[in-house]
Design a protein around this ligand. Structure first.
Ligand SMILES: Nc1ncnc2c1ncn2[C@@H]1O[C@H](COP(=O)(O)OP(=O)(O)OP(=O)(O)O)[C@@H](O)[C@H]1O
Ligand SMILES: [Mg+2]
Length: 345
């Protein structure tokens, strides 16, 4: 492995998780624009990590048409999937939930068989979103597909704090930016769907969006002039959207440092505050574990990459700060439970 980041870290009592807030249920859609950045890998491992720490987790494969999350759980042909729910064969999402070797981690597989799934009708999508919100879990993680299809954008909008998984490559940043831009327009278009003049202005602006002048701030100024109330709503809408960014497959510290420029660009052009929540280094053991159809956290729980994932949960994503515990003790706990659980996988 050619990582030149920090070496394996020992107990660091300096890491204290702050900013306490424990909501009832956290929903994290995980997207990224570009294919192959590691969305599914991150979704599977964060889900497993949360379950190792004792949380009740549901992993949903929302990559409709390209579902493969089940492969991390040694499910080659899932007996049931979202297909059965979306085609109304069953009424509840729970009916298509699969167990995993972790008792508190459940899996809802995506459907690949139905061609029509790639663009599910509006009402069906709303029903799916309602049911996801009702799932009995501490955390619901939704693995989304590459690209900017309406399915992906609308499932990402299940939370204002969805996660973007990007790699250090410029192509990945371009695609992540494109995803966020589409997301912002989609939010505005849906919010103002019944306000015809405002929606027309947004659509017109979106069509010119490829130009260098297409800053979201300019659109908001136009809306404020046209209809001050609508303009203020647009300002509020943009202010509530706070996506999180994970940098995956990192090879050196310089790549992590470059993220700040991307965050500034998103703020400058899209008026969106994106938060960098951490990185996961590139490690061939992700692939090794994947080939065995298991998550890295189970097969290699004591590696630096596993520690990155733990830090992501404890520090970047601030999952449990009720007790201001140290991230290092969680890493030990996670690794111990992973070792004990591995025999069930
Ligand atoms: N941190 C990492 N280090 C090394 N390899 C990784 C890392 N993260 C993911 N990979 C590898 O990258 C490949 C793509 O990962 P994954 O399938 O999770 O991407 P994805 O974004 O979900 O792709 P898609 O867009 O096709 O859904 C896999 O072979 C996976 O093992
Ligand atoms: Mg994937």
């Amino acid at each position: 492995m050619s990582v030149q980041l920090e070496t394996e870290r020992e107990v660091d009592p300096g890491i204290i998780v702050l900013d306490t807030k424990v909501p009832d249920k956290v929903i994290w859609p995980i997207a990224g624009g570009k294919g192959g950045t590691g969305k599914s890998t991150i979704a599977a491992n964060l889900g497993v990590g949360l379950s190792l720490l004792g949380y009740k987790v549901v992993l949903v494969d929302g990559d409709l048409g390209g579902a493969d999350l089940h492969l991390f759980f040694d499910q080659i042909a899932p007996p049931k999937s979202l297909n059965n729910f979306l085609s109304r064969e069953v009424d509840k999402l729970e009916d298509v939930m699969l167990t995993t070797p972790q008792e508190n981690l459940k899996l809802i597989c995506g459907g690949n068989e139905m061609v029509s799934l790639a663009n599910i009708p509006f009402l069906t999508k709303e029903k799916l979103k309602r049911h996801i919100k009702k799932l009995d879990a501490d955390f619901v993680l939704i693995d989304l597909g590459a690209g900017t299809s309406y399915n992906t954008l609308d499932l990402f909008s299940l939370s204002e704090e969805g996660i973007i998984v990007c790699t250090p490559e410029p192509h990945a940043r371009v695609d992540a930016y494109g995803f966020l831009k589409n997301m912002v327009y989609r939010k505005l278009q849906r919010h103002f769907s019944k306000n015809i003049p405002i929606k027309a202005t947004i659509d017109r602006f979106a069509r010119q969006g490829g130009r260098r002048t297409g800053r979201m701030r300019e659109l908001v100024e136009q809306l404020l002039k046209q209809d001050p109330m609508a303009g203020r709503e647009a300002v509020d809408l943009l202010a509530t959207f706070k996506p999180k960014l994970i940098l995956n497959q990192v090879r050196n510290k310089r790549q992590v440092d470059q993220v700040q420029r991307f965050i500034e660009l998103v703020k400058e052009y899209l008026s969106t505050e994106m938060e960098f929540v951490g990185y996961v280094r590139r490690d061939t053991r992700f692939l090794e574990a994947c080939e065995r159809r298991r998550p890295l956290l189970i097969d290699f729980p004591k590696t630096s990459a596993a520690r990155d994932l733990c830090d992501l949960l404890m520090i970047g994503l601030r999952i449990d700060d009720r007790l201001h515990r140290f991230a290092a003790s969680h890493f030990r706990k996670m690794a111990e439970v992973a070792k004990a659980s591995a025999k069930f996988w």
